[in-house]
Design a protein around this ligand. Sequence first.
Ligand code: ZN
Length: 168
Amino acid sequence: MSRALVLNATYEPLCVVPSRRAAVLVLGHKADILHDTGDALHSEHLTLAVPSVIRLRHFVKVPYRRRAPLNRRGVFARDDHCCQYCGHAAESIDHVVPRSRGGEHTWENVVAACRPCNVRKRDRLLHETTMVLRRHPDAPREMTWVVVAVGTVPQHWQPYLHPATLSA
Ligand SMILES: [Zn+2]
């Protein structure tokens, strides 16, 4: 299913929605299509380009700077699908400070890990092992929620996600 990037009236990226949901906003005159996928949606009475990027006609106030919710897919995206202990392909996530030792389920305490490293570390603290983190886990950059939502960001979304490149 295709998805659409929703921009605020100010061009600030807001969220990612199914293209059909974006089409409803366009048909309801709540948003305009900035980019379409080249495909068309057909209904009984009309044909509409499938939206890929839309911009809301009215400004929506966003109350706080968005922090991407922690989830498995997001952790893999942040860590490039690499085990943060050995660099091999990650297939699980590991709590650096184990849950059983009071570790929190937060971006700063969760890393992508391969199964052998996960098994090897067990419920030990890092300093009780010979294992070393390749980099310190952090909350991801602001736009990671987009990556989390779609997996791979379409090329033509890039300028909207990184406005600085528009002027280049
Ligand atoms: Zn590993």
